[in-house]
Design a protein. Structure first.
Length: 132
């Protein structure tokens, strides 16, 4: 198995509707360190998993749409459901859509998977993995 990854960060505000979250029901900020990794059993015709430059640019574009926003107002998180797990899923799905639109020579090798990991602190994180 081969892999290639890129990372970035995003600053957001959000709150949670569920009483399970205690004080996090109130509006608060978070800075997520985000890692995106594509894994594939084979390399593509250029002997890479995928175009890492395209991967980096697309991650920044996806995160720019969320950076410095209140996720309580984001259509993808109705009912104040922007948990770290849900944000990881959202980022993975948006990356997958953008990766699918890349030219064939920049796409991930056949059979690739995408894993997005969000670190909400140095000791806590959540991730989402999906096929590409």
């Amino acid at each position: 198995m081969f892999s290639v990854g890129v990372s970035d960060h995003v600053m957001i505000a959000h709150s949670f509707a569920d009483p399970t979250f205690g004080p996090a029901q109130r509006l608060h900020g978070a800075t997520y360190a985000i890692e995106a990794e594509v894994r594939a059993p084979l390399l593509n015709s250029h002997h890479v998993v995928m175009d890492i430059g395209a991967m980096r640019s697309i991650l920044r574009e996806v995160l720019a749409a969320m950076d410095y926003t209140n996720l309580d107002e984001h259509a993808s998180f109705p009912g104040r459901t922007s948990t770290t797990e849900r944000v990881a899923e959202y980022v993975a799905d948006e990356l997958a859509k953008a990766f699918a639109a890349l030219p064939l020579d920049a796409k991930a090798a056949r059979g690739a998977t995408l894993r997005v990991l969000l670190r909400e602190s140095p000791v806590a994180w959540a991730s989402h993995e999906r096929p590409l």
